[in-house]
Ligand binder design. Structure first.
Ligand code: ZN
Length: 399
């Protein structure tokens, strides 16, 4: 199959190929050349032409809680079966946003690994998932009332990590702060978690929004720090030096704050879920967080810290995997569009250590997003999804 659009945005943060076409054989991109050349070489191959459109890599959402059902209005009716259906429905919708790979940041025990197993058996077609399974928190810590697994002390943490890996977790998630300046795990516990993961060649991510939690997590050497809302330029520089990737999730705080304000005077409305009610109580935190990203993002980006796109929206009826919205905030707050595209594609793939996705390149898996317009000139174009391919197969087409 040959795909042709007005341009190819490769995802490397630099290259835009005008007049290029992509040849897909099986699940891989095997050639990139001029349309006429590919047509002459493969005269029997079907050609799909997208006028006024761009070819780019499928998007990667680096922060999703797979199957986060607690904000559903009818949450009490959910058992494990219903949660699995709910998760499958959400994940299928992610294709319509151009998302082909998702990093799970903590979900009900065994859910994300079971979805991967169902995909492998051919029961389900959803984006590629890198499961974290249950996130680890200290007793009473952030997420303990949700999916969190309460563990304390270096050896309990190491044992939990071994158990998660045994069950199929590909990343390990820890929670280190929760809307206050009090860190949760001690430095000794954080150091043990990172050591245990790296010792067995697994990567680890941590929720840290405030100080001193952020500095403790930088010192421990996590692979990615989630949110890091109060990150300073000095700390971003330390992260750049140590190769720690920042997942700001601007959209989570900014969009949730808007959602809070929309519902503030509407508390008796039955349509308000339990999670939104909790967020309304925490609205001062969200307001400050949204303002902090806006004020600091440019200077943090300029330190050279690697930044990737994560969305983390969990309230009832929140947009599904709004990676395009995160990219728009990054551009609005000071990052060139072509680099925001790299953040959502190649930089994310590098962070995941998957070297054959995230870039339109010969030999890579054909995870491809076709958007109408030119996202390098206008990042809003990323929302104009025309068609999405995963491993060379069309998984979504706008009608
Ligand atoms: Zn999260």
């Amino acid at each position: 199959m040959i795909l042709k659009a007005d341009r190819i945005v490769t995802g490397d943060g630099l290259t835009v190929l005008d007049n290029g076409a992509v040849y897909i054989a099986g699940e891989k991109i095997t050639e990139i050349d001029e349309l006429a050349t590919l047509k002459a070489k493969y005269p029997d191959s079907p050609v799909k032409e997208y006028k006024g459109a761009s070819i780019m890599p499928g998007l990667i959402d680096m922060h999703v809680h797979v199957g986060y059902w607690r904000s559903q209005i009818d949450a009490p009716t959910y058992n494990d079966y219903k949660i699995a259906y709910f998760a499958a429905d959400y994940l299928k919708k992610a294709f319509s946003k151009g998302v082909t790979t998702i990093r799970d940041l903590g979900s009900p025990k065994n859910l994300s690994v079971s979805i991967n197993s169902a995909v492998k058996s051919g029961f389900l077609e959803v984006p590629r998932i890198l499961p974290a399974d249950a996130p680890l928190c200290f007793t009473g810590g952030h997420s303990h009332m949700g999916n969190g697994w309460e563990v304390n002390g270096p050896w309990e943490i190491r044992a939990a990590i071994r158990d998660l890996i045994k069950r199929g977790a590909q990343w390990i998630k820890l929670m280190e702060s929760h809307r206050s300046d009090t860190p949760e795990f001690t430095q000794e516990e954080l150091d043990a978690a990172v050591d245990e993961c790296h010792r067995v060649n697994k990567k680890t991510m941590v929720h840290a929004g405030t100080q001193p939690a952020i500095q403790m997590c930088i010192d421990a050497g996590f692979d990615t720090i989630e949110h890091a809302t109060d990150l300073t330029a000095d700390q971003a520089g330390q992260m750049a030096e140590k190769g720690i990737v920042w997942v700001p999730t601007i959209v989570a705080y900014t969009q949730t704050y808007k959602h809070i304000m929309n519902n503030l005077n509407n508390l008796n409305n039955e349509g308000i879920d339990a999670v939104t009610r909790r967020f309304i109580d925490q609205r001062a935190y969200f307001e400050k967080a949204a303002a902090t990203y806006k004020e600091n993002f440019r200077k943090l980006y300029e330190t050279g810290v690697k930044i990737v796109t994560g969305t983390d929206l969990v309230y009832y009826k929140a947009p599904v995997t709004p990676v395009a919205s995160e990219m728009k905030y990054m551009v609005e707050y000071g990052m060139p569009a072509i680099e925001a595209i790299r953040s959502a594609t190649k930089t994310s793939a590098e962070t995941l250590r998957i070297d054959d996705i995230g870039e339109i390149a010969v030999g890579n898996i054909a995870d491809i997003l076709i958007v109408t317009g030119n996202p390098v000139q206008d990042i809003d174009a990323v929302e104009n999804v025309a068609e999405v391919y995963q491993s060379g197969k069309s998984v979504y087409r706008a009608c």
